[in-house]
Design a protein. Structure first.
Length: 273
């Protein structure tokens, strides 16, 4: 079985088998919805500067785990620590101020606003101007100018500078995906949560996205937690891969280790391990 190796060797911050510093620590997280166990004792770490891919068949619990980290779901038991701080005590609206941002599988953009304004909204999560005032341009002119300049720079770095004053509506899907990444980066995160970023993209766009994710990781000194079904992309750009099945972790290691893991092969082929 081939889980995909199209994108070359992933970056690694480990030398001689020494592990890096854990930015995010998920410890024994369980989520129950009534009688359904969506997550069953999940534990894994995301190291600083790493891209960590979270994979598994449909129904494995990837989205549930992602939503726990992004504070949409509160787990039944367990701990999630970010830079040593218990993240489960932080509401969803508070994670941006800690340095965590996310993208969405279903684009959550403002279609009638320009690309520049969409990115500025993301930047205001780190400023003194609130969301509503950012949208309606109320006050704080000095901060708005700095935010506008920063947003314009982000668009340029993602190849969207020429479209800065175009409304998001009607632009190609791949372009909108890059716009959402720019908006997430505008919050100046240290941890970027990416939910199915390759969903709906062509093969060429997936290839471009893969290089974009690696580039922004290096350029902005990010760590990335990536939930994705596109196996070639995950295996090509991730430093570590965590594989799930039925809410449990079945493998955790380098892309090569996970590709060769019998439990992972069994899960994807639908056979018993």
């Amino acid at each position: 079985m081939t889980l995909g190796t199209d994108y070359g060797m992933p970056h690694s911050s480990t030398e001689g088998g020494q592990l890096g510093v854990s930015l995010l620590e998920v410890d024994n997280v369980t989520v129950r919805f009534g009688g359904i166990v969506a997550l069953d004792g999940m534990s894994f770490n995301v190291e600083e500067g790493h891209i960590c891919g979270l994979i598994g068949p449909n129904g494995a619990g990837k989205t549930t785990m992602f939503n726990v980290v992004s504070r949409i779901y509160q787990p039944t038991t367990g701990s999630v620590r970010y830079r040593g701080q218990e993240l489960l005590n932080v509401p969803a609206h508070g994670i941006a101020s800690l340095g965590i941002a996310r993208t969405f599988q279903n684009l959550a953009l403002f279609p009638t606003m320009t690309l520049l304004d969409n990115v500025m909204v993301g930047a205001h999560s780190q400023g003194k101007v609130g969301f509503s005032r950012a949208v309606f341009r109320l006050g704080a002119a000095k901060e708005n100018k700095a935010t506008r300049d920063f947003a314009g720079d982000l668009l340029a770095q993602l190849g969207l500078g020429a479209l800065a004053f175009r409304p998001a509506m009607g632009l190609p899907f791949g372009t909108l995906k890059r716009l959402e990444i720019a908006r997430a980066l505008a919050a100046r995160p240290q941890l970027l949560l990416m939910d199915e970023p390759a969903s709906g993209l062509t093969h060429g766009e997936v290839d471009e996205l893969s290089h974009t994710i690696q580039s922004i990781r290096d350029q902005f000194n990010l760590s990335v937690l990536l939930v994705e079904h596109h196996m070639s992309m995950v295996m090509g750009i991730s430093d570590r891969v965590v594989a799930m099945e039925f809410g449990r972790k079945i493998a955790d290691g380098t892309p090569l280790e996970v590709q060769q893991n019998e439990a992972v092969i069994a899960a994807y082929l639908g056979t018993s391990a």
